[in-house]
Design a protein around this ligand. Structure first.
Ligand code: ADP
Ligand code: MG
Length: 618
């Protein structure tokens, strides 16, 4: 009998970085109805630039481990980004290659390809067979190769080699290997065996996708190739190396693209997995000792032993050059980039220049767009001080996603609209910005008033709030919220609890236009219109309000674990809450929890009762 041995990583406990490659697919006429040409282009083997949406006279330059330009062949992508990591899986180490990017940017082309232009998957499988074959019998080990093929859809793990299977569990053994009990594992001894199982499963998935609302663009397809080597001599030690080849769900933001056709749960789940992946990659690449949040989604949980740690990981970010992909490209680049730089070097046509030129007055008012990012940031900070907003209220305003989303959506529409319509929209943008400034100064005023009352002894809650604010922090030049890779050393600010409450009041103001902001500001404890439950009226109102605020804080900023620390919130509900937050931003009030799937009024009432009682007992 063979003895399983823990894989040695050469004593190197250091968490390894995820190598990041970007692949720009060729420009396609049919994707560019307005014949606007490309908005992004490569500069050299590591750098690319994209037009700056705030100022067409500038471009934003990004740096990556590798940049694959439009002309790059499938073979070149494979040779430079994938082949070098494959020998490791014959030595019992793990590896993962995943394709990230918006739908239509070339993920499937990169991973799967076509019979004329095979992609990473068939090339990698062939190479693994070749490497095993090349091993000399005298090296003392026997090798066997196996495959599994699965999909994560809606946070469910589904076996693509056994299509009728149900959601499969993910487990970890004592050596920290991740396992999926019940997942089909096929032994394969030659490439034709692989093809025999893989092709029909892929075809099934694609056919189903057209029926099921483009499911394939919303699910993660994961191929696992396992190489087990067993020592020929006693004690027959055994080592397993795993290679994950992943075609991820599309990274486009369904809120922004106005994709109404999908159910909230579905988009929430996808966002949760991709969002968690971004956090994981960010933690791994930031080089700090922050917790890597693998457990927060199925995808990252599954990849846990093959992403970071001693594993070898490559992310190929696929992007498309046409303007219609502009914002999704920007988001994908911000997720993938190690660094970026705004340079004063225009390369696009006049058509896109119209908006930024007309917006220039706006730009000046809000801090303007400088040619150097550092100076620009500095200027903006200075400006907000003049406006009467402190740095902390700046955080508040930028965390107000609904307003920001509307601005982004409007500006996006403006880019593609006729002159007359554009003027009307610019007017609306101006009004929104004024509204935003007004809210900021009111928030500032309130935070000053509330400052004296700030609650002490809130330290544990507080850590989460700062993380959440950082996550929500959005600079208008970066429509994507996942920016930590770009600026890994952002300084997080500690703010008193009361100031943070302002954020919610602010977002209430934006969401419910009819309600006046001053009403809300005058009621810092939280104005409740709902009739109180019987049990509630027996308790001290100020204590109830305080407990509610505590619960709200956790709902809005808690990580999976903290959400689960709430009474009556298990793993599933906590994930649904995270998903809801991804779509809608903050809960304006605890009652909004009813909008989360599965939370009926009755359950909500029972949830509140249990948690308020528990919070008051602390
Ligand atoms: P995704 O999987 O990201 O949604 P696809 O791989 O389906 O995107 O690509 C969209 C379209 O673009 C397909 O028709 C594909 O063949 C084509 N395409 C993508 N990348 C390339 C490339 N590098 N060269 C040629 N065609 C490409
Ligand atoms: Mg695809």
């Amino acid at each position: 009998m063979a003895t399983r041995v823990a894989v040695s990583d050469g004593g190197n406990k250091k968490t390894s970085r995820v190598r990041v490659a970007v692949r720009l697919r060729p420009y396609m006429n049919k994707e560019d109805e307005k014949s606007e040409g490309p908005c992004v282009r490569g500069l050299d083997s590591q750098n690319l630039e994209i037009i700056n949406w705030r100022n067409a006279t500038e471009t934003v330059k990004y740096h990556f481990d590798v940049f694959h330009g439009e002309q790059t062949t499938q073979q070149e992508v494979f040779l430079s980004s994938v082949k070098p990591i494959l020998p490791h899986i014959l030595n019992g180490q793990n590896a993962s290659v995943f394709a990230y990017g918006p739908t239509g940017a070339g993920k499937t082309h990169t991973m799967l390809g076509s019979s004329e232009q095979p992609g990473v998957i068939p090339r990698a499988v062939r190479e693994v067979f070749k490497l095993v074959k090349a091993k000399d019998v005298s090296d003392g080990w026997d090798y066997s190769i196996g495959m599994s093929y699965l999909e994560i859809y809606n946070e469910k793990v589904l076996d693509l080699l056994s299509p009728n299977s149900q959601d499969l569990p993910i487990r970890e053994d004592k050596d920290k290997n991740i396992l999926i009990p019940g997942l089909t594992h096929m032994n394969i001894s030659k490439f034709a065996d692989f093809d025999k199982h893989f092709v029909p499963a892929t075809l099934n998935r694609t056919t189903a996708s057209t029926k099921l609302n483009q499911r394939s663009s919303r699910s993660h397809a994961i191929l696992l190739i396992k190489v087990v080597r067993t020592q020929q001599q006693l004690p027959h030690r055994q080592q397993t190396g795993k290679l994950y080849l992943v075609d991820l769900a599309g990274s486009e933001d369904n809120r922004r693209t106005g994709n109404q056709g999908i159910r909230l749960k579905e988009s929430g789940a996808i966002n949760l997995s991709l969002f968690t992946l971004s956090k994981v990659v960010d933690s791994l690449n930031s080089g700090t000792s922050v917790r890597v949040p693998y457990r927060d989604s199925k995808l990252t949980r599954l990849l846990q032993d093959s992403l970071g740690g001693s594993a070898h990981s490559v992310m190929i970010t696929n992007i498309a050059p046409e303007y219609k992909y502009y914002f999704d490209t920007f988001s994908a680049l911000n997720f993938a980039a190690k660094s970026k730089l705004i340079v004063n070097k225009p390369f696009t046509r006049e058509t896109v220049a119209v908006l930024p030129v007309k917006r220039s007055r706006e730009e000046r008012e809000t801090g303007g767009s400088g040619t150097e990012p550092q100076k620009k940031k500095h200027k903006e900070e200075k400006k907000s001080e003049h406006d009467g907003s402190s740095p902390s209220t700046r955080n508040h305003s930028s965390s107000d996603q609904s307003l920001m989303d509307r601005l982004i959506a409007l500006e996006k529409r403006t880019m593609s609209s006729q002159d007359k319509e554009r003027l009307a929209m610019l007017k609306e943008i101006k009004e929104l910005k004024e509204k935003q400034r007004e809210l900021e100064s009111k928030a500032m005023l309130f935070s000053q008033l509330a400052g004296e009352k700030s609650i002490t002894g809130q330290e544990p809650d507080f850590e989460n709030k700062t993380t959440a604010l950082r996550r929500k922090q959005s600079d208008a030049t970066k429509p994507n919220k996942q920016q930590a890779v770009v600026q890994p050393l952002q300084v997080s600010q500690r703010q008193p609890l009361q100031q943070l409450l302002v954020v919610k009041k602010q977002s209430v103001c934006v969401k419910k236009k009819e309600e006046t902001c001053s009403d809300l500001i005058e009621s810092p404890g939280g104005k409740e219109n709902n009739t109180k439950s019987a049990w509630e009226s027996q308790l001290d109102q100020s204590m109830v309000d305080q407990s509610k605020q505590k619960i709200l804080q956790i709902l809005n900023t808690g990580c999976l674990k903290e959400l689960k620390s709430l009474q009556q919130i298990g793993d599933k509900k906590a994930k649904l809450i995270l998903g809801w937050r991804e779509i809608h931003g903050h809960f304006a009030k605890v009652e909004d929890l009813i909008q989360v799937e599965g939370m009926t009024e009755k359950r909500f009432s029972s949830f509140m009762k249990a948690n308020i009682v528990s919070a008051m007992g602390k």
